[in-house]
Design a protein around this ligand. Structure first.
Ligand SMILES: Cc1cc2nc3c(=O)[nH]c(=O)nc-3n(C[C@H](O)[C@H](O)[C@H](O)COP(=O)(O)OP(=O)(O)OC[C@H]3O[C@@H](n4cnc5c(N)ncnc54)[C@H](O)[C@@H]3O)c2cc1C
Length: 499
């Protein structure tokens, strides 16, 4: 058995790499084994013919969390240099071709909101103030801490807290207290899809997302998009002596009695370690890398987030109609979400998001060409509700192109030089994400958060830890950075106590 200062990490997603930096900084010898040939996982990068695409994550939100984690690791992250503030967060395009630019500029917001619904500006500001209060409270009490036992979360003292966190009403119902116009209801709730959930089901706690965006702003990493965040972490890890092994999937976690002893790689090589950290999707780890069949069956019964179809297009034309982040919200907003969540499919007129990074980072596309990624939320893979995914892909592509044409991009189809498409099955295969549920994978209802979310340490094998979107606190780079910080603190504390 290797000594308890030797750690092996399964997966070089942002969660795995950040944990590696924390542990190496605290004197651990760390090696990371990644199944793919490059790092980043869902925050990876695709480059083709001079076009640079962010594979998954595109928005740097909640910069305070990035600063906290980067500062604690001694990594520089300068606003205006490393990360560029965006003047506008995104432009929302509605089906009647009207637009709403989401911007921290209060005057511009006021003019737009009053045009859509007179009197709504004041209520929108109230919604954002309250949402940001929930964000701060949530960070303190629910997201930014380790839960070591159930009573830390469920106790009489915390019941009023759960009401303050708006845990018992749905996000959409809550938004109705502030807005009447359907465009505003959609504009202030669609962000729930960032965690793969419908605002018609998710708790109003998630009103903290638009609130955090509008209060703290949105940023974009210069010189390479979101993958720059991964690269910065990677440099810090390598400087601290972390060893990375790409194209090297773990096949099994070695279990001896009540301890994890390391991993077995696909080619049969054994890598011994005193600490094992799984960054790979947690339900996948229980299902495929551990002997824990009963727990795996229990995880299977939990709720999973939705999936996404991504079309990455290299274009030989630039369309000024598209801004850096464009959100197209459909009049069939609710129907579309129901088709995703209940039918595990997609609506006929889906809402979608378009990323055009060259608006901020000119080098993301060759001169006079453009780099565009379209993301459409869809149901996850469900054995009980089999879908004809090829038909869904074609139908969705057509719906997206028709909608873009109506926005004035009439000839877009003829300017697509190449297309790279990621379907739910591709996400499952590429990163081992259960059911292709990329925003979690586990969902984020209140019974799958905090202490109720699968813990960041195995209940029986006390030197096996988890980091990433499917453990506490949840999906999204800020949460995953927090996850890395929390699990590292836990490893260091427990290891110290064991000595
Ligand atoms: C389309 C899309 C858009 C998104 N947009 C945003 C956004 O704008 N902002 C934001 O903050 N977040 C966004 N997210 C979420 C964000 O990308 C994820 O939460 C985050 O990248 C997850 O990181 P992770 O480390 O938990 O997991 P992953 O990135 O999945 O990393 C896990 C790694 O483990 C590897 N692995 C799996 N199995 C094995 C094995 N057996 N052996 C070795 N390695 C293995 C995988 O290949 C992968 O590299 C988005 C996600 C998607 C899919």
């Amino acid at each position: 058995m290797a000594d308890n200062r030797t750690a092996v990490i399964i997966g070089a997603g942002i969660g795995g790499i950040t944990t590696a930096v924390y542990l190496a900084k605290n004197g651990y010898r760390v090696s990371v084994y990644e199944k793919n040939s490059s790092p980043g996982g869902r925050c990876g990068q695709l480059v083709r013919d001079g076009h640079r695409f962010d594979l998954g994550a595109t928005m740097l939100m909640m910069p305070g969390v990035y600063h906290e984690v980067f500062d604690s690791l001694g990594i520089k992250l300068e606003e205006g240099k490393d990360i560029i503030p965006l003047n506008d967060l995104y432009t929302i395009f509605f089906d009647d071709c009207s637009q709403l630019v989401f911007t921290p500029d209060r005057e511009r917001m006021k003019i737009q909101l009053e045009k859509i619904e007179p009197g709504s500006c004041e209520r929108a500001e109230d919604y954002i103030t309250k949402g940001y209060r929930i964000f701060r409270l949530g960070m303190d009490k629910l997201i930014g801490r380790n839960f070591y036992n159930l009573f830390q979360m469920v106790n009489l003292k915390n019941i009023p807290l759960l009401f303050r966190l708006k845990a018992f009403t749905t996000h959409f119902r809550y938004a109705r207290r502030f807005f009447n116009h359907p465009h505003l209801l959609m504009a202030y709730t669609f962000q729930n899809i960032y965690v793969g959930q419908s605002p018609f089901d998710a708790p109003a706690l998630f009103s903290m997302v638009p609130a955090a965006e509008l209060t703290e702003g949105s940023f974009f990493p210069s010189g390479g998009g979101m993958f720059r965040i991964v690269e910065k972490m990677l440099v810090a890890a390598e400087e601290k002596g972390v060893q990375f092994h790409y194209g090297n999937p773990a096949r099994q976690i070695i279990i001896t009695g009540k301890k994890a002893g390391g991993i077995i790689l696909q080619d049969g090589t054994e890598v011994k370690a005193g600490i094992v950290v799984a960054n790979a999707d947690l339900p996948y780890v229980y299902r495929s890398l551990l002997p824990d069949k009963r727990k795996s069956a229990r995880l299977d019964k939990l709720k999973y987030s939705c999936s996404v179809i991504c079309f990455h297009w290299g274009l030989d034309k630039v369309y000024p109609q598209l801004v850096h982040h464009s959100v197209f919200l459909s009049d069939q907003f609710r129907e579309g979400l129901d088709r995703i969540v209940r039918d595990k499919s997609v609506g006929d007129n889906p809402s979608f998001y378009v990323h055009a990074p060259a608006r901020t980072d000119r080098a993301a596309a060759p001169l006079n060409h453009d780099t565009i990624s379209v993301a459409v939320a869809v149901g996850h893979i469900d054995e009980t509700r089999k879908q004809e995914w090829d038909r869904i892909r074609d139908k969705t592509r057509k719906a997206v192109i028709d909608r873009l044409k109506r926005q004035g991009l009439e000839d877009i189809e003829s300017h697509i030089k190449f297309e790279i498409c990621y379907m739910p099955e591709n996400w499952e295969n590429a990163c081992n994400i259960s059911r292709g549920s990329v925003f979690g994978s586990l969902g984020h209802n209140i019974f799958q958060m905090g202490y109720f979310r699968p813990h960041n340490r195995h209940d029986k094998y006390k030197n096996l830890y988890f980091v990433g979107g499917s453990t506490h606190p949840g999906n999204g780079i800020p949460n995953v950075l927090i996850s890395a910080k929390l699990v590292s603190e836990r490893i260091i504390k427990e290891n110290r106590a064991e000595k």
